[in-house]
Write a protein that binds this ligand. Structure first.
Ligand SMILES: [Fe+2]
Length: 192
């Protein structure tokens, strides 16, 4: 994994190489589960996040556990993988989702700060010019990362980021998720 120090933050970029083929497996599981998708909201005419239970996409565990381990080992951040929304969460969906961006589609600037400590994105289908991921922080030039199949980018959930328009002829399909502080304190999830 490559450590990126940018804007006073530390991010990781690299490829998950074991097990071989996890990204094509996850893409197949996603494609097979289209009738079970839950969609949260549209932005610019496109469904922003598409959700599935982990039993539909068991290979989702691979990048999530990889990111938890890399976060601990390489960033010194302890976190926890959750396959369902934490109790008390305002978002009822699982903390992992798919994004499909067709030609010309993009994702606006946002963060994942609510409750989570680390976030990550992986790429399941990404052609040349399919839209770079960018991070933005006042006073710094954007940090831009090129999507590539099998790549994972791990970043602090509070970092603002977006995705440039897809200029390829193929859909860009990514899988993203949040990791939660460990231990997860009840006060952090609004329980007490
Ligand atoms: Fe995001």
């Amino acid at each position: 994994m490559r450590l990126i120090e940018w804007g006073g933050n530390r991010l990781l970029e690299g490829f998950i190489i074991s097990p071989q083929g996890w990204s094509s497996e996850l893409l197949n599981e996603f494609r097979r589960s289209q009738s079970n998708l839950e969609k949260s909201h549209k932005i610019g005419g496109r469904w922003e996040n598409q959700y599935l239970g982990v039993h539909h996409v068991p290979s989702a565990r691979v990048p999530m556990r990889f990111a938890r381990n890399a976060g601990k080992e390489e960033l010194g951040i302890s976190s926890m993988v959750l396959f369902e929304a934490p109790s008390g969460s305002v978002n009822p969906h699982p903390p992992f989702w798919f994004n499909v961006a067709g030609e010309g589609e993009k994702t606006g600037l946002h963060d994942h700060a609510l409750m989570s400590v680390l976030s990550a994105v992986t790429y399941l289908q990404a052609e040349e010019n399919c839209g770079d991921l960018y991070f933005r922080k006042q006073g710094y030039d954007d940090l831009t990362i090129k999507p590539e199949v099998g790549k994972i980018v791990i970043f602090p959930s509070s970092l603002l980021h977006g995705v440039h328009p897809n200029r390829s002829c193929t859909e860009r399909i990514s899988f993203a998720f949040n990791l939660f502080p460990f231990p997860l304190l009840l006060s952090e999830i609004g329980g007490i």
